[in-house]
Ligand binder design. Structure first.
Ligand SMILES: Cc1cc2nc3c(=O)[nH]c(=O)nc-3n(C[C@H](O)[C@H](O)[C@H](O)COP(=O)(O)OP(=O)(O)OC[C@H]3O[C@@H](n4cnc5c(N)ncnc54)[C@H](O)[C@@H]3O)c2cc1C
Length: 484
């Protein structure tokens, strides 16, 4: 029997798992997918928001500002890029100026520091690609950007190193209580525990409804589509650029990513199907139109990828972080839409506090730090040479766009949270995320996966399940793979 079962390995579940791994308790994390992150954490804007947007007094406001403060140390500990690049919110007329002033006030109440109200000349001096018709902007220097995949994966790897068990491909389909013990049934097995933490993202309502089908809480999936620009556009803007927010959220933005791309989007469309991650001409045209208002000279010829993510918008409006009185010892993190990525470090600490109120949990004496070579390309020439001397496969560059070596791919497959498919490698190493979008490296990565996992090439998938990359046996390539 476990002390705690966490359902869901997105940023919320993974950071909670890591926080709990520092204590003398047994923790099991279950996720229905073959890899993490696969939900909202996989596809978002990756902004660590300053905290001007949430309504004062809400949990969103509190955890946003606190989460933002925790980000720098967290990313240092987990070797994840984090850059405080700042964010502008633009106003093009006096009506929008009123909204800016409200946001400034709201930001101050929420505890956001250093907010600056700027006029046209100053804005254009700092960001020459912003629309010259801009009149005013608020600048939030504490806003930042990060890499949500790496943060989630490294957090969970660190949790595993500190004793957390993780079982992937296990969907929770039933929860029953007998005496003081919960039985958690998955599609594969049964587990028993004293406490449950529900971090199931867009399905968190489904977990609540396993306990009480009539409980009045529902998640409305809200899709956001994006365009990604090649690194050639790297210096197009230095900070994140927003327009004033609307009822539907913070709107379409233009932002650098930590890896040097430019991200445009997202749209905000309520959808019926929680699995609908499609992109559409309408969505992409909407982004283009809105982005042109912010920065008219966007080099759309440099688009290298499009994707969409799904927000867990709920009827509750705020984050629903509660223990429902009829179902004691289950803490729900539901309706965690934006700014959930930013708030995650603060929400994770709330989970520990909740457990501490119930149990006298003690901190472990020997907590393992996260130690790992994260990116070969970031090393000094001397460090690279030393690694290549140790194993020449460090010097074999598999992904030319992102400069990823064969050993990084092999290490990802043999890591505490092993990569088992092409997307899993991509999330851990960036191989396939560059200009050619995997046209060159996919085949080589498939060969390495085939070699390390001892499976034929036609069993390798894009993202698990039945997403096979080869349809039947590709004899020519398979022969080549065996020979070379
Ligand atoms: C378009 C978009 C833009 C966003 N931009 C930002 C931003 O810039 N900044 C910001 O702070 N926030 C942003 N967010 C919000 C942020 O991404 C989310 O709040 C955050 O990722 C939620 O994490 P999570 O762990 O709750 O959910 P998820 O990442 O969705 O993880 C939930 C996990 O639960 C698993 N699961 C579900 N059901 C079951 C089950 N029955 N059994 C087992 N496992 C299950 C899923 O497989 C999944 O891995 C954005 C979101 C979207 C979609």
């Amino acid at each position: 029997m476990e002390d705690v079962i966490i359902i869901g390995g997105g940023i919320i579940g993974s950071l909670i798992a890591r926080e709990l791994s520092f204590y003398e308790i047994s923790v099991l994390l279950l996720d229905k997918e073959e890899d993490i992150p696969m939900g909202s954490t996989k596809a978002n804007s990756a902004i660590v928001h300053a905290g001007y947007d949430p309504l004062p007094g809400t949990l969103k406001a509190k955890t946003n500002v606190e989460g933002n403060r925790l980000y720098k140390d967290l990313c240092n500990e987990l070797k994840v890029p984090f850059k405080r690049i700042g964010a502008y919110v633009l106003a093009f007329n006096d009506e929008e100026l009123k909204i800016l002033l409200e946001l400034k006030e709201r930001g101050k109440i929420n505890g956001v520091s250093e907010i600056q109200l700027l006029k046209r000349e100053e804005i254009l001096k700092r960001e020459p690609n912003i629309n010259r018709e801009v009149k005013y902007a608020l600048f939030f220097p504490t806003s930042g950007i990060t890499n949500p995949f790496l943060l989630t994966i490294h957090a969970l790897e660190n949790a595993i190193e500190n004793g957390v068990q993780v079982k992937l491909g296990e969907e929770v389909i039933g929860i029953e209580k007998k005496d003081m013990v919960y039985k958690v049934t998955t599609n594969k097995s049964k587990y028993y525990c004293k406490y449950i933490i529900n971090c199931a993202g867009i399905y968190a309502d489904k977990i609540i409804h396993l306990l009480d089908p009539d409980y009045p809480f529902a998640i409305t999936p809200r899709k956001g589509e994006y365009l990604v620009l090649d690194k050639k556009a790297q210096n197009f803007v230095k900070s994140t650029i927003f327009h004033v927010p609307t009822q539907k959220g913070k709107g379409v933005l233009v932002t650098p990513t930590v890896d040097g791309n430019i991200l445009l989007g997202p749209t905000a469309e309520n959808i019926a199907n929680k699995e609908d991650k499609s992109t559409s001409m309408e969505g992409l045209s909407e982004i283009k139109e809105k982005v042109k208002k912010l920065t008219p000279n966007v080099p759309f010829t440099l688009v290298i990828n499009i994707f969409s993510g799904i927000r867990a918008s709920s009827t509750y409006k705020d984050f629903f972080v509660q223990e429902i009185p009829e179902f004691k010892n289950i803490l729900h993190f539901a309706g965690i839409d934006s700014p959930g990525l930013t708030s995650a470090p603060s929400l994770a600490k709330m989970a520990v506090e909740w457990l501490m109120e119930k149990e006298n949990i003690k901190r472990k004496r020997n907590i393992k730090n996260f130690e790992k070579i994260v990116a070969f390309k970031e090393l000094t020439e001397e460090e690279k040479e030393n690694l290549i001397k140790e194993d020449p496969r460090w010097g074999h560059i598999i992904c030319r766009c992102e400069y990823v070596s064969e050993m990084e791919v092999r290490n990802a497959i043999n890591s505490p949270l092993p990569a088992r498919n092409l997307e899993a490698i991509k999330k851990r190493t960036r191989a396939g995320m560059g200009r050619c979008q995997g046209a060159f490296c996919s085949y080589h990565i498939m060969k390495i996966l085939s070699d390390e996992l001892e499976i034929p090439m036609n069993m390798i998938t894009l993202r698990g399940g039945k997403s096979f990359l080869l349809n039947g046996e590709n004899k020519v390539r398979w022969k080549y793979a065996k020979r070379s």
